[in-house]
Design a protein around this ligand. Structure first.
Ligand code: PLP
Length: 220
């Protein structure tokens, strides 16, 4: 009997297929495995399968798990995908290799300072409130241009834009809008697509997909 695919193999195959359909290279898409709420025992198998890019949404949780995991495996990239409080900017700058949720002027200021202090310029995505749902975070579309200018003034390396579209509606128009906003502002990166819609996101140009439950199982 053939061995069943692991969740990672399954997600990888689906990304590869979406890339093929879209005429894109697999290497143009980074799979960020979102390990929030899962402990090291659940994460180690993915690392052992060769996966190296992970994401968390809370600074404190990440600080508890990742130093030890990184000691086992040196070349791991850790992404911060959740809302970031300004008073955690320095901790985030020290721990993460990429920040996906830059969404307000006060955080631009805090991160600018933190990067100088820690001595690392961590690449960032600006999160856009693409569905006009304030509670999810993200800068309002009409304030996006100003925030990009502020981030550039503060020498924050900008990879691109990130969004979390409204739940349970067709995500395509939101992904397409994010892509247009990025293009209008000269940004190449698109962090979009989660477990339920990453293939659609890849077809619409995602450079980073953030996949949690499809890899680790449903969270409580
Ligand atoms: C939890 C989370 C994800 C992953 O969600 P899944 O539906 O489990 O794939 C992606 N992005 C952000 C910002 C998250 O908080």
């Amino acid at each position: 009997m053939e061995k069943a695919d692991t969740p990672l193999q399954d997600v990888e195959a689906r990304i590869a297929k979406a890339c093929k359909i879209a005429g894109r290279q697999r290497s143009d898409v980074t799979l960020v495995a979102i390990s929030k709420t899962y402990d090291s025992d659940a994460i180690i198998p993915l690392i052992d399968e060769g996966h190296r890019t992970f994401g968390e949404n809370r600074v404190q949780e990440a600080q508890g798990k990742w130093p030890a995991l990184r000691e086992r495996h040196g070349d791991i990239a850790l992404h911060m995908v959740g809302q970031l409080q300004s008073n955690k900017a320095e901790d985030a700058a020290a721990l993460f290799d990429c920040i996906h949720a830059l969404d307000r002027p006060s955080l631009v200021k805090a991160l600018g300072k933190a990067f100088d202090k820690v001595g690392r310029q961590v690449p960032c995505f600006i999160q856009v409130d693409i569905g006009e749902e304030e509670q999810k975070g993200g800068v309002a579309i009409k304030q996006l241009e100003a925030l990009i200018a502020q981030a550039r003034d503060a020498d924050i390396p900008l990879l691109g834009l990130m969004c979390v579209p409204p739940l349970e509606v067709e995500p395509t128009p939101y992904f397409a809008l994010l892509s247009k906003l990025a293009q209008d502002n000269g940004l190449a990166g698109l962090s979009m697509g989660m477990s339920s819609d990453f293939e659609t996101a890849v077809k619409l140009g995602a450079t980073h997909v953030r996949v949690g439950s499809a890899l680790f199982g449903a969270r409580d």
